[in-house]
Design a protein around this ligand. Structure first.
Ligand SMILES: C[S@@+](CC[C@H](N)C(=O)[O-])C[C@H]1O[C@@H](n2cnc3c(N)ncnc32)[C@H](O)[C@@H]1O
Ligand code: SF4
Length: 377
């Protein structure tokens, strides 16, 4: 398993949350303070089983959730102290969990970047999302993180919340930008199958789907107008000239979009390494029991064929604002007659015969996945 290039990106899943938000289908576990220690033991056991595939020094570590900052502080500290060093270490945090003490714990644990789930600044929309944090909690969290020295903070927003007007969206963007984050992620709210939210509001989300195109354009216009680079479909970062020359793109997520290999630890975590992808069991009990017995947890494994890998490379790579380099073999993933057609429509720019690249135009990026799906062979 350790044959092949060493893996430089590590995802660690911390599933615990104070409560479950109705729209969320991530692998989460409510409460269970009594099991946080056993879970961190299991994560560290899993890390030692898989460590052979990792490079000695990583490019990125990402602790996602769940709510990593809901994990008992002693366990979060222990975990951070045992993870391999990395140039970028991101932790996802819910605003209401970020106290000055948690901020200091993250900083002392080597975290370089915090991604805060703000979602909205409108109390009525936050309560529709069943969020535990109000707008003041988001502001307090940002100030607490700044106070302990964090200079790389990302905010997550969602748009398309039922009853959210264009003015509500503008207000959310203004509130978020006023906090001067280094990075913003703006996601269209998705109706995830089987969630309470989809049950209650799914029909409304489907009805408003068309209006969401203009909301997306509004987000891009407002955020780029404020000096951010629209570097991925849903992601923006402050331009280097506004950020002391720093490249503030998420290195971890860039690795996904560039189809780099990554190791995922924890329940429900996905890994893609040397042409294989596996998803670890989402069941906490089965995960803890296997690792306590010194065994790998149950996983679903998929062998990725070369054509599948090439298609993914194109689908993900074209989400970025940088042209996709048509590495040897990648040309075969593309339907070149579709490219010609899409080029005439002003959606794609092909540099196949010049610099060997492919990119979406701005118009093409607004249409996103639809365009990319069309140009796959
Ligand atoms: C792992 S999740 C949650 C992290 C953190 N626990 C929180 O709630 O802020 C990361 C992000 O995914 C986005 N997200 C979650 N569910 C979504 C949905 N149904 N549609 C669109 N975005 C969603 C949210 O913006 C969220 O901040
Ligand atoms: S949205 Fe975040 S806080 Fe809410 S249940 Fe999902 S992971 Fe937990």
């Amino acid at each position: 398993m350790s044959a092949g290039a060493p893996v430089r990106h590590l995802y660690v899943h911390l599933p615990f949350c104070a409560s479950r938000c109705g729209y969320c289908d991530f692998v989460t576990v409510v409460g269970r303070g009594g099991q946080h220690r056993a879970y961190v033991d299991a994560l560290l056991a899993e890390l030692s089983l898989e460590r052979g595939v990792l490079a000695p020094r990583l490019e990125s570590v990402f602790l996602g959730g769940g709510t990593p900052t809901f994990t008992t502080p002693a366990e979060l500290r222990r975990l951070l102290g045992a993870l391999p060093p990395a140039e970028e270490v991101t932790v996802e945090a819910n605003p209401e969990t970020v106290t000055p003490g948690v901020g200091a714990l993250l900083r002392d644990g080597g975290v370089t970047r915090v991604s805060l789930g703000a979602q909205s600044f409108q109390p009525r929309l936050l309560s529709m999302l069943e969020r535990g944090a109000g707008p003041d909690d988001v502001r307090r969290a940002v100030y607490a993180l700044r106070d302990v020295g964090f200079d790389n903070i990302s905010l997550d927003l969602v748009y398309g919340i039922p009853s959210q007007s264009a003015a509500d969206l503008d207000a959310d963007l203004s509130e978020a930008l006023a906090l001067e984050p280094e990075h913003l992620s703006c996601y269209e709210l998705e109706a995830k199958r089987g969630t309470r939210f989809t049950h209650a509001h799914g029909a409304e989300l489907a009805r408003q789907a068309e209006a969401m195109e203009s909301y997306f354009e509004r987000v891009v216009a407002r955020v780029t107008g404020a000096g951010f680079r629209w570097y991925e479909t849903a992601n923006f970062c402050r331009l280097p000239q506004l950020a002391d020359g720093r490249d503030l793109r998420s290195r971890h997520n860039l690795a996904y979009w560039r189809s780099r290999d990554y190791l995922g630890l924890g329940i429900g975590a996905v890994s893609t390494i040397h042409g294989r992808r596996w998803r670890t069991t989402p069941r906490l009990g089965a995960y803890l029991a296997a690792l306590a017995a010194g065994e790998r947890p149950p996983r679903e494994v998929e062998e990725l064929s070369a054509p599948v890998r090439r298609s993914e490379r194109v689908l993900l790579g074209l989400r970025l604002d940088e042209p996709l380099a048509l590495e040897p073999g990648l040309e075969r993933a593309v339907d070149w007659s579709a490219v010609e057609r899409l080029e005439r429509l002003g959606l794609v720019e092909s540099g196949r015969s010049t610099d060997g690249t492919l990119a979406l135009t701005t118009h093409g990026r607004f249409l996103g996945g639809g365009v990319t799906a069309e140009l796959l062979a």
